[in-house]
Design a binder for this molecule. Structure first.
Ligand code: ADP
Length: 484
């Protein structure tokens, strides 16, 4: 697969310039196990230099007029759209998702940038009613300061822009560390932004050993904010490290999303929506469905319809017939999925399809796993409690509304839940009772620039997207002025 040379030679970006360390690491295509390019591998000194640059750039960037910051973002959105095809090729090679999905992700990435480019100029303040004669109470919004952003490999373009765009719109300067498996797309996106006229030091990108970069930034009192997307364990560690300087935090962590299907649902629509969500990005999505609860009277019929759709899924990265799913991100992920499935089978679950690693022919060197449907699954099995992060659809049965709500809420996670029914009263009751940050009703798409995205309980703190996503990078300052 062809990757443009300016993209396969990734670089760190500090103070508006490429920063290449003598240490470099190969970036691997998970579909072939082959190298597609190289990225510098930074150290503590580089991570600190990135903060120096962001700290120096903050006074002038934060004082720019909001519409000036918005203009830079809108130019960036246009540049991403202009280069969409070559960026999609790079993203697909680096992360494994098929081209159609990669192209879709870049569209979403650009949409976030454009939306925050517009929203930048709508940050106002408030004037409140006085409590005394001659008093004026004014509430101002101020950018938090230098923000550290740490992003995951599953949506390595959209997660970069979903964090960077609101931070830059708010007037913050940033240091960003992309996931070690997918640094090239982040480097390419930074390169476009800098070409579009972002002043030096406003956005700086660093790679390197993750725990070291995280610690370096969190022990630095000039960093005032951390925004992280990744696993709950790492999120908890970053929260602990943030305590010393009382940094602002936004954490978007793991989930264990149930899809609940009541017996009055439109079954074709349900099957389409569940399969689309469950197999997107090869099941590697934090708000991806992890377990499917089906009301007993329709269970067998829905199992049949889901099975029919899943058995038609074409697997591959770049083959004829528009593949719908690619490989998993690495060998460890492939092994993890295989273990979850085998354990469930050993405990009595039954395979309708899939259930094996794909290892022959064109799949030989990649980290592929067959699209899998498991039935006769019960709540005791590990794959219903942990995030499987793979192309596996486990189907469970339930009898009553109260029972399924109680079972769904048992998880310590609380990112997303999905609900299918045509009864409007039930929609209101169940969506209210579900203890999750987001509920999809009769549909499974949840990430839109204007909509708050995030979870409760161990799925995180704060939201991305929408006006609140911008406020995550703003501080309040209250002025109480005696005018007379
Ligand atoms: P996953 O298990 O899905 O890879 P991680 O939470 O390990 O999720 O990774 C998400 C991001 O967090 C990546 O950029 C990764 O490099 C980074 N990361 C992993 N461990 C740490 C850590 N201890 N401190 C800071 N960042 C980390």
């Amino acid at each position: 697969m062809r990757v443009h040379s300016w993209m396969s030679e990734g670089s760190c970006w500090i103070n508006g310039r490429k920063d290449t360390s003598s240490h470099r690491r190969e970036v691997i295509n998970p579909a072939t196990g082959e190298s597609i390019g190289e990225m510098p591998w930074g150290n503590e000194e580089m991570a600190t230099r990135a903060v120096d640059a962001a700290w120096t750039a903050f006074p002038s960037w934060s004082k720019k007029l909001p519409h000036e910051r918005g203009e830079v973002l809108k130019k960036w959105a246009n540049a991403i759209r202009c280069h969409r095809d070559s960026l999609a090729e790079l993203l697909s090679c680096e992360q494994g998702k098929p081209i159609a999905e990669a192209t879709g992700e870049l569209g979403v990435a650009a949409d976030f940038v454009e939306w925050y480019g517009e929203e930048a100029k709508r940050v106002g303040g408030e004037i409140l009613a006085p409590s005394r004669h001659g008093q004026q109470i004014t509430v101002l919004y101020r950018p938090v300061g230098v923000a550290a952003l740490i992003t995951p490999w599953n949506y390595p373009a959209a997660m970069v822009t979903r964090k960077m765009a609101p931070a830059l719109a708010a007037g913050c300067t940033v240091v960003i560390k992309p996931a070690s498996d997918t640094p090239l797309i982040a480097s390419a996106l930074l390169s476009l932004l800098i070409e579009e006229g972002l002043p030096p030091g406003v956005a700086n990108l660093v790679t390197g050993e993750a725990a070291m970069v995280g610690r370096t930034w969190l022990k630095d009192d000039r960093v005032r904010k951390i925004s992280f997307t990744g696993s709950t364990d790492v999120g908890k560690e970053l929260m602990r490290q943030s305590a010393d300087h009382m940094k602002r935090i936004s954490l978007e962590l793991g989930g264990n999303a149930p899809a609940i299907v009541f017996d009055d649902a439109d079954l074709d629509r349900v099957a389409d929506a569940i399969v689309d969500n469950k197999f997107e990005n090869c099941g590697q999505m934090c708000n991806g469905i992890n377990l499917i609860y089906v009301q007993e009277p329709i269970r067998e019929e829905l199992e049949r319809r889901i099975h029919r759709r899943v058995s038609r899924i074409v697997v591959g990265q770049k083959i004829e017939g528009r593949p719908q799913i690619g490989p998993l991100i690495h060998r460890k992920a492939q092994e993890k999925v295989a273990t979850f499935v085998q354990e469930a089978i050993d405990q009595g679950a039954r395979l309708l399809c899939g259930g094996k690693k794909l290892t022959d022919g064109m799949y030989e060197k990649g980290y592929y796993y067959e699209p899998t449907v498991l039935v006769d699954v019960n709540d005791g099995m590990a794959l219903t409690k942990k995030e499987v992060f793979g192309p596996v659809a486990p189907i469970l049965s339930f009898q009553s509304e109260a029972e399924v709500v109680e079972r769904s809420n048992r998880t310590p996670y609380g990112l997303a839940a999905y609900l299918f029914t045509q009864d409007v009263h039930r929609i209101n009751r169940v969506s209210e009772a579900l203890d999750f940050g987001m509920v999809g009703v009769n549909g499974t798409s949840l990430s839109f620039p204007q909509a708050p995205f995030g979870g409760v309980k161990e799925s995180g703190v704060g939201r991305e997207g929408g006006r609140v996503g911008l406020e995550e990078f703003l501080e309040l300052k209250t002025l109480i002025t005696m005018l007379t």
